[in-house]
Write a protein that binds this ligand. Structure first.
Ligand SMILES: C[S@@+](CC[C@H](N)C(=O)[O-])C[C@H]1O[C@@H](n2cnc3c(N)ncnc32)[C@H](O)[C@@H]1O
Length: 351
């Protein structure tokens, strides 16, 4: 670790080291536009290991061969007249959501705190309850503004957000993932699971942490990479299928399947180093901006409980789903990767 940090601090601002600088992980992280306010740091106080040299930090998805975003003619966005409208029926970005059956307890908190026009009046509260409202994912008011509402935390529903093609501003409350990471993270060497990630600030339940980035590849290319990997189960931990909207009868040929996959093994952000826990503090959600890009939807990590500053971040790699419903039948223990999460709810194996 000292060897690489020394090179970075003493040589990477010199033009003759440009090639070396390009492959330096510290320089890649420093080049992120949000580095000054929201840095990602790397520390190893355990051993001499360094981040794999064939890995590169990126801050946006990379589209692999044969993967195309939607054509401009298929793009759309909402035409809401103000940011506040982007949580109600009529915002095109929420068009795929069912209407809510009455208000949830989460919404009641917003209503009681603010009333219809933010004046806290009882009349305003009643008006607001009467309004038809879409199942907008985030709290809009008060201390919880921008946090995922409780009912979303346990849901497998995708998050629909406004985006660059919309008429609302970049401050629209429905652009939480789009605005990006606001939490400084540290990649650190764990005692027993290689690298892990911890937060440098306290995180609130429902707060967005970061996206899982990587190279978006076709399913054929993902299969090829699995086969080429010496231990294919190991390859699986870096591959995530973008299958949230995949359906064999979809009218969109790109959503009929098989889905595209994200490979974070060699190109990714800090979330690629987050370890698994059977009792995690984060959960991964599918997030879509422009509906024309559902085939390349985002994978967004949110806190599902309050997380203390310095705590290691984890998510459940299989989101609680085991092939046989939780038991170990059908697979021999020798094939399975032992889980070291040490939680009370540990299932014993990663997959
Ligand atoms: C996506 S990577 C996470 C970062 C990884 N620790 C590293 O050093 O690059 C997944 C790999 O981390 C290790 N890992 C993650 N969570 C684990 C756990 N709960 N128990 C044991 N190993 C774990 C396994 O080796 C797994 O294949």
């Amino acid at each position: 670790m000292e060897a690489v940090t020394g090179q970075h601090f003493f040589f990477h601002d010199q033009p003759e080291h440009a090639a070396e600088k390009d492959s330096c992980h510290f320089c890649q992280l420093r080049a992120f536009p949000i580095h000054q306010t929201t840095p990602v740091t790397i520390v190893n106080a355990k051993d001499q290991a360094v981040i794999p040299l064939n890995f590169r930090f990126i801050d946006r998805m990379v589209l692999g061969q044969g993967v195309e975003p939607a054509e401009d003619s298929f793009r759309s966005g909402c035409s809401c007249e103000s940011d506040g409208e982007c949580q109600y029926m009529g915002c095109l970005c929420l068009a795929d959501l069912g209407e809510e059956e009455g208000s949830s307890s989460d919404e009641d908190e917003d209503i009681h705190a603010n009333g219809a026009n933010g004046d806290g009046s009882e009349a305003g509260r009643k008006d607001k309850v009467k309004q038809k409202r879409k199942a907008y994912a985030y709290h809009t008011h008060g201390a919880k503004a921008g946090l995922l509402r409780s009912k979303m935390l346990n849901s497998k529903e995708p998050l629909y957000e406004c985006h660059a093609g919309c008429s609302c501003s970049k401050d629209c409350p429905n652009r939480v993932v789009e605005r990006g990471r606001t939490i400084p993270l540290q990649i650190f060497r764990t005692d027993d699971r290689g690298w892990g990630v911890r937060t440098q600030v306290a995180i609130k339940k429902g707060q967005f942490v970061d996206r899982y980035l990587g190279e978006i590849i076709t399913s054929a290319e993902a299969d090829r990479r699995r086969a080429a990997s010496a231990v294919s189960k190991r390859k699986d931990v870096y591959l995530f299928a973008l299958d949230k909207f995949t359906h064999p009868e979809s009218l969109d040929p790109r959503l009929k399947g098989p889905p595209l996959e994200v490979d974070g093994e060699f190109l990714s952000g800090p979330t690629r180093f987050i370890n698994h826990s059977c009792e995690p503090n984060l959960r991964i959600f599918a997030r879509v901006g422009d509906h024309a890009d559902k085939h390349i939807h985002d994978l967004a990590l949110f806190a599902i409980r309050d997380v203390a500053r310095g705590e290691e971040l984890t998510f459940d790699y299989v989101d609680g789903v085991t092939e046989d419903g939780g038991g170990m039948e059908g697979a021999s223990a020798g094939d399975m990767a032992k889980c070291l999460c040490k939680s009370r709810k540990c299932r014993g194996y990663l997959w």
